[in-house]
Design a protein around this ligand. Sequence first.
Ligand code: ADP
Length: 159
Amino acid sequence: MKRAIYPGSFDPITFGHIDIIERSVKLFDEIIVAVLNNSQKNSLFSASERVTMIQEIVKDYPTVTVCSFEGLLIDFAKEQDANIIIRGLRAVTDFEYELQIAQTNHVECPALDTVFLTTSLNYSYLSSSVVREFASYGGDISKFVPKQILPLIEEKYKN
Ligand code: ADP
């Protein structure tokens, strides 16, 4: 049984994340989308809001579950009995940091491997921070995120 964790902030989830989830569904038996609940980070959406949004988006994929976690990813992976971490790579700039984290996690927990999926070309520019920046100025973000979460993002920037 290949159970993989796809961790991230997902603040908010974008078409880039969804592309990685859809491709992972074909590679692994079970996928846990794990929303990092980092109280130190000033997020736009609370962890439970992000979990609810993602659940709605992945509801047609029976092998995908969504939850939030706090603390070390390796501890969460052990708890979930998962030995694969999925991460997306957009550009070379992602690489150095991701490599360091993946190697650290592997040293700490040798049973745990990180699998990198390269982003689809049409989403390589896309990040949650770009979405937040655009939305904060009232920009059109309909090419970046699914339509059901557009009003939720707009609501956050209303004032
Ligand atoms: P984090 O704060 O952990 O980087 P993100 O929510 O920004 O969380 O991203 C979660 C994962 O999804 C990361 O591995 C990131 O590289 C990947 N990702 C983000 N945007 C894209 C995209 N447009 N295409 C492919 N992967 C992406």
